[in-house]
Design a protein around this ligand. Structure first.
Ligand code: ADP
Ligand code: MG
Length: 563
């Protein structure tokens, strides 16, 4: 019995590495392999201070949490900016560095490590029996698992999953993704450091083998086998990996050495099988926004105060901006102005620089020269999230819905004042968060109904292209931004679905927001827009009412000639 309890204790301890790793890799899309590096950091601090300096277990636990967070924050600065491959390399280098410094340093007992650590305990109580030990570690690790689980399955977690899906799209909805990633990395590093404290105090030993590269791979295997983005999956994955040892030895009577050889082979096979037959992991994340029986009756948001908005006042002006990519002058001395409350069309052949204009206005790119003014204030140089928060929100030519999120969740990310996106409010004021979520959900449903998406609970990437485009439009509308920049909302669609989107755009015009729409279809532009700019080779070559522009034969030729 004690034998099995020992392994169960080890399972809960490994959860304090695996669950935070899943929050990083599975939710946020940050593939860090630094779990054991932070574990070693916390573990050796604890070993050194409890055995040689007589520190109390509670004190080292707190210290490890703090050191893990601070070092995690330092490492996270490069991590949040790097592409995935480099994140793996950097975190791997960090882990290797920590472990080799510790091993080389005379204070920490070299390859042997620090042995004979005192029993852990808190508030004057120490666990003696196997059951007490199991309960003691379960409470500590369980607390971290609970925090991670709550964060992951909250509006904050939805934001993390949006970042994993498409960071630029998330920023363009006004979210400060860099801050969120920094904070999440630091917090998860702190948890791994505490995991290290638990591990060394369970074994009464801090040795390099506890934090070796093999261990890192085992922790990753727990997450992958269980399912990225699923906390129950990680719990199962951790159980499978840790408990395989006693199962092989006790139940299947393998020799201890033989079991040590068999286990990695089994894990390898298991990972291959999982990736081949169930790539989402054994317990896949339920890819649904909410179960159909809890369907919320729609509250169409276009009641009082939505249609009858105050007339738009924000004036967006682009003043002779330039942008070149190497030898390509994508935008070349371009100026334009969006009439408040109207739809303005941006016309022009492919490659004229229309999308680049949107990128320059929304802060996805910085102009080489010139400026963008919003109500006479310079917008140039602002980050995409700042621009969005000031009321200028764009859609993307390549749609960019958050594929793993349901249509409803996609639109809920647009909520600009969701208290649940603050991790502390999510953890400590759950009732307030739940109350706001109900309202946010009803509003999002309203916007989805406004654009005509009925399948709200399916993951967005399983919807048709036309439906995805509608979700993207609903997502932009739900930000409440006053100025909407829509990049080719009709492209790639024909017949009924194109007509449907046209009708949606006409309804948007009735909302009285300021809209700039890039569109090729002349008939569509005629129906929608009041004013148009015609762009060629990065600059505006004609401007006027749509009727005027379309009547210009020279222009028609240039336009269709390039088509
Ligand atoms: P449009 O939207 O009008 O079709 P774009 O703004 O997408 O045109 O592109 C204008 C020009 O700038 C094209 O020649 C395109 O290849 C180039 N371009 C756009 N974005 C980039 C980029 N990130 N890097 C290099 N060249 C780019
Ligand atoms: Mg374009």
């Amino acid at each position: 019995m004690d034998y099995w309890l020992g392994y169960l204790t080890l399972t809960v301890i490994f959860l304090s590495f695996a669950v935070p790793l899943n929050i990083l890799a599975g939710y946020t899309g940050v593939f860090s392999v630094a779990s054991t590096g932070f574990g070693a950091l916390g573990g050796y601090i604890a070993a050194y201070l409890t055995s040689l300096a007589g520190w109390d277990f509670g004190a080292v636990l707190t210290l490890a949490l703090g050191v893990g967070a601070v070092v995690g924050l330092l490492i996270s600065f490069p991590v949040v900016r790097l592409p995935e491959e480099y994140v793996i390399l950097l975190t791997l280098a960090f882990s290797a560095l920590i472990v080799s410094i510790i091993t080389a340093s005379p204070f920490f007992g070299g390859q042997l490590g620090l042995i004979g650590l005192p029993l852990p305990g808190l508030f004057g109580w120490r666990p003696y029996s196997a059951l007490e030990t199991f309960l003691f570690f379960s409470v500590l690790a369980g607390l971290m698992v609970a925090v991670c689980w709550r964060l992951g399955e909250s509006p904050f977690g939805r934001l993390l999953r949006a970042i994993k899906g498409d960071e630029l799209a998330t920023r363009s909805l006004g979210k400060q993704t860099t801050m969120i990633k920094l904070g999440t990395f630091a917090a998860m590093s702190a948890f791994s450091a505490v995991g290290g404290v638990l591990l060394v105090s369970y074994y009464s030993v801090a040795s390099p083998t506890l934090f070796s590269f093999d261990q890192t791979m085992l922790i990753f295997a727990m997450v992958i086998i269980g399912g990225l983005g699923s906390i129950p999956g990680t719990i199962l994955g951790t159980l499978v990996i840790v408990m395989s040892e006693p199962v092989l030895i006790m139940l299947l009577s393998f020799d201890q050495q033989v079991a040590a050889i068999i286990r990695p082979i089994l894990f390898g096979i298991l990972i291959i099988l999982v990736l081949r037959f169930r790539p989402g992991g054994i317990i896949q994340r339920r890819r649904q926004g909410l179960p159909p029986h809890r369907e919320v009756t729609a509250i169409v948001p276009l009641g009082e105060g939505e249609v009858a908005r105050t007339p738009p006042a924000l004036l967006l002006v682009v003043e002779s901006v330039y942008k070149r990519f190497g030898g390509v002058k994508a935008v070349n001395d371009l100026s334009l102005l969006l009439a408040p409350g109207r739809i303005t069309a941006l016309l022009g052949p492919n490659g004229a620089g229309k999308s680049t204009v949107f990128n320059l206005v929304t802060g996805a790119l910085t102009p080489d020269a010139g400026q963008v003014l919003l109500d006479r204030e310079p917008l140039t140089g602002s980050s995409p999230e700042k621009v969005a928060r000031k009321g200028v929100v764009r859609s993307f030519q390549d749609v960019r819905v958050f594929g793993d999120l349901s249509a409803l969740e996609n639109v809920m990310v647009s909520d600009q004042r969701n208290p649940g996106e603050n991790p502390f409010i999510t953890l400590f004021l759950p009732r307030r968060v739940a109350r706001h979520e109900r309202r946010a959900r009803a509003r999002a449903i309203g916007w989805l109904q406004f654009v005509g998406v009925e399948d709200m609970h399916r993951p967005a990437d399983s919807l048709s292209f036309a439906q995805q485009k509608l979700v993207a439009i609903a997502r932009v509308l739900a930000t409440d931004a006053e100025i909407l920049l829509l990049d080719e909302p009709l492209s790639g669609l024909e017949g009924r679905s194109a007509e449907h989107i046209l009708e949606v755009l006409e309804r948007i015009r009735e909302l009285g927001r300021t809209v700039c729409i890039v569109e090729h279809n002349v008939a569509a532009v005629r129906r929608l827009a009041d004013h148009a700019f015609f762009m060629e080779q990065g600059t505006v070559t004609a401007a006027g009412t749509v009727a005027e522009l379309l009547a210009d034969p020279r222009l028609e030729e240039a336009y269709f000639g390039a088509h």
